[in-house]
Design a protein around this ligand. Sequence first.
Ligand code: SF4
Length: 431
Amino acid sequence: MNSPGHKFSRFATRAIRRYLVGAAQRWVFEPPPQGWIPPRLERTSLYLHVPFCRNCCPYCPYTKIPYHGTLVEPYTRAAMAELGWWANVIGPAEITSVYIGGGTPTLALDSVASVLTRLRERFRLTGDICIETNPSEVDKEVVRQLQNAGVALVSLGVQSFHPDHLARLDRHYTPLTAEQALSLLAESGFASVNADIMFALPGQTEDDVIADLARAAELGANQLTTYPLFTFPYTSVGEYLRLQAVRMPDLRLRRAHYRAISGWCAEHGFERVSVWSFKRGAVPRYSSVTRDGYIGIGPGAGSHLPDGFVLNTFDFESWFETASAGYPTIALRMPFVSEMSGWWWLYWRFYDTRIPLEAIHAALGKDAPKAHLWLRVVEQAGLAIRNGGYLELTESGAFWLHLLQNHFALNYVNTLWTRARKEPWPPAVAI
Ligand code: SF4
């Protein structure tokens, strides 16, 4: 993390963010001031983090703890208390989408159902419910429970159908299990079924990646989300490197695989819907990250509020005790200057790979001319083209954006998450 390349990338991204957002934006997460509460909200989205995993994959950066049945009931109580706290402070807002991630949410579906029931009592739920699943957890009973809870969009973390790659990633299921899980979800009537597929893995060829995509499509996935290892390196890379078989993918390999994936998807009717994802047919898009605002429930969950980001404590015990006692579990907060929200909005439109040009003025106000200037630079560099009222990233634009996101994750999110994982209530963290 202290290589010359990393130092340069840190310097460059800091210079860019200062130029774009301005010097008034402090990039420091601090404990919220005494008595601070979130503003009241008309509408938002909700993220529920279920932290349990049967097998804690060594490369995974997310907040998780080993599953034990006795933890589920206390988790449920704390999550419902936390939901109640948010409802009291932000009011009975409209919830325009729910995303349930983890961890492995399907390990605690009774808990998820209870939280969703409480959510419907305290808020106005108008949007879809999306959930992440794991191949070894999907069976007919799980499908029934998901549908009873009102889940419409599911994502299956397949990663690969190749036994060697699954073994290298320490994923504890066979290709057959992944195939059966995907096929069961696809035939069960969900509005959208996404399959996560990894690329640029050690020893993986382009043919391997394409074979995985083709198999997922054949089994009925209507969305494919593809990503390389370490794209979300929120934890220390040093820890990953203890895994001798796993290395940061080579840039040329990533480029070649990304191009092959884009080409295969275009040929097989999957249109690009984000830097990572391709969707086939008129189904809703499964997405975990592009909401403009959300509140987060669970250990390590973040919230994006109109006036800033906040982050819950990552420590399960601390989260559980604080939430159960009816107190906020927020450990860190970074307030926004007014233009920051607009730039954040633009970042996610880049992630969508389609920027609605007419919306820029409303989103960025006085910074709109600066944004238009940058968009012209992107266009002239051949990274995007105009199409109607949109600026659309080209295949190469999408690839370079994915690299930029990688640096963003390395520079900022890794710093924040590494500290938050070490201390339940960290002091200020500058990113
Ligand atoms: S990759 Fe998924 S199953 Fe593995 S530890 Fe992370 S959240 Fe759990």
